[in-house]
Design a protein around this ligand. Sequence first.
Ligand SMILES: Cc1ncc(COP(=O)(O)O)c(C=O)c1O
Length: 291
Amino acid sequence: MSDPTTPLIWFDGSLRAPDDPLVTAVDHGLTVGDGVFETCSVVRGEAFALTRHLRRLTRSARGLGLEDPDEAAIRAGVAAVLAASGPDVGRLRITLTAGPGPLGSHRFTAGLVPQTVVVLAGPATRSDVARAVRVPWVRNERSAVAGLKTTSYAENVVALAEAARHGADEALLANTVGELCEGTGSNVFVERDGELVTPALSGGCLAGITRELLLEWGAETGLPVREARPGELPLSVLDDVLAGGAHLLLSGSVRNVVPVVQLDGHDVAVGPLCAAARDLFESRMVEHLDP
Ligand SMILES: Cc1ncc(COP(=O)(O)O)c(C=O)c1O
């Protein structure tokens, strides 16, 4: 059985001890954040939606100009950490970097250095609800890495620390044109006028797997959930939430689908569609572990 406080680690074909040295000091993921990653929930000992996560990992790697990940090797790593994990394990992390690199931002010639691949499994902390705050920083929907799940997450670290300082567990960001975009590790849905509406991917948010499944499962079951039209969700929609005219829902792996009960330090009510979306996701996810 695993020790719940330390992650299980798979690297280069085998399980490793927590204090094993694995990655070189010149790994380009370490020096400049030149890498991509995925986080999946672990449900009943299986990685939830692994196929979709691996697809997105490949998309992100291609977006950075990295070679396609070796999916068979990663699946073997996932199987190895899950086989060794106990009941406390609730999340899985797959990290892929460009491998050893120069000290600057340029890379060694593709294919000449091995990529670094690490698979980790560890405990998950879950809550049925979320507390969110607006932060002043923006997502750049025109960034070279918009929509890619890169390991360059320092902006999210700073924003989440700001949320924590305000007693919240998620920070909400606008994009450069003032539209509601996403959280540091979640997509956002607004319940208004009998519908759940989520920012479109063109606004710079990550194509969340949880978001995508909620859109698909909603369409299948008649839950009114859709992507926003251009200009439909300015950040100021959060003022409507504070005034009680709209409600918020967050989606993300590990977090799953959770209603927001506090915004900018004020209690806000859970919308009926937000609650229905949470219930739909919870019931579907245990029926389909790799949807
Ligand atoms: C920036 C960002 N947006 C959205 C999400 C939600 O994506 P998913 O549902 O695939 O976990 C994440 C996940 O960590 C994220 O990092």
